[in-house]
Write a protein that binds this ligand. Sequence first.
Ligand code: 5AD
Ligand code: SF4
Length: 439
Amino acid sequence: MNKVYIETYGCQMNFADSEIVGSILQKNEYVVVKDVEEADFVLINTCAIRDNAEQRIRKRVKELRAMQNRRVLKIGILGCMAERLKTQLLEEEDNVSFVMGPDSYRKLPEVLALVAKGEKSAETELSEVETYSDIAPVRLDGNGISAYISIMRGCENFCAYCVVPYTRGHERSRDPRSIEQEARTLFEQGYKEVTLLGQNVNSYRWNCDQDQVGFPELMERIAQISPLLRVRFATSHPKDLSDELLQVMAKYPNICKCIHLPVQSGSERMLKIMNRKYTPEWYLNRIEAIRRYIPDCSITTDVIAGFCTETEEEHQMTLDMFRKVRYDYAYMFKFSMRGGTYASKYMQDDIPDDVKTRRLEEIIALQGEIALENNRQEIGRTYEVLVEGPSHRSKEQYCGRNSQNKMIVFDREGVEAGQYVHVQVTDCTSATLLGKLVK
Ligand code: 5AD
Ligand code: SF4
């Protein structure tokens, strides 16, 4: 039994973690397979951020039972859902052999050996120090062009609604030398784009061996590897977004002009009870700073509709915030109460589901209009695009992203994935730009 199939749900961070998992397995004589039918083990790397994420995973575990009835197949649940539910998950899903939290992946070879013998296991201890910095991730299902690099783990912010500080533990930053090495190796292997990942990259801090590195300096080091290596990052917390970082972004053309700045709500009272540690004024001041230093920067966000006690007026304030900022893209969610969070202990999930749904739909409709209007303004402009490959619709059409992270589709005309080309925007939808190659 040595073939492992890895399935990943949730955020970019989880995709990066699955690549660490793959690397640990391959060093220990396990083979990561691309077809679940071949596998001896299925590892499901899970997300616990909202209830619907967990429900999807439970459905998948039940589906796999049919395969287990035909042959020997062991299932392990990794990541945030394993950390949140621990042995409870083993009791509730009896076809699962083990659960393992995000700081225990080094134990995988040992645990798989036990599981192969028919034992069950739960490894859910969190660590104050684990960053997997010595593990070079294997690139799973990658396009060979862009890759994630995890630069820190955990979160120290304790937003009232969020389970992440409990499932991923305390914040810790990774050694900048190992981050730089990983980025260099990727570039030498032909990668053209790296995304530096953390829950709150602005609080990245390394204080060791006379080396004091904050996030702006880390970005500079990575940007200096090569002007042909694009650098992106996610996610930023508005309370920590510094002018210094914006200056570094403005200075290097290969640092992509795109900032993901989760707003969560437009109401001062909501932000306060969410424990976000900024006001709408502060947030708008940061938006203004972005526009001042980087006029062509795209801005994206996360928002939650229907957090505890949210009034209609406060919901309107969120819509107003969207009108003021005019985001290029937004991830929009209904509030979902999560066990263990501050909200679950001290607040009531008192907004009826139909009200949450209606508020969410209003935000989605407004954002759709704004994104379309923003995209219409792009018509006529020319961008440098990193070609990713064929578009979904046709092999004759290729697609790639500009620095602002907007997808542009154009006629192939002989270009190859991984090339930089110039494309003039000719048309758009609210999600995509259409363009023609400029030669
Ligand atoms: N309910 C709904 N959305 C949530 N998020 C985090 N926790 C919850 C929750 N309990 C959203 C936030 C965060 C994004 C990753 O997920 O908007 O920025
Ligand atoms: Fe959750 Fe807030 Fe941390 Fe983001 S910053 S992971 S929303 S606690």
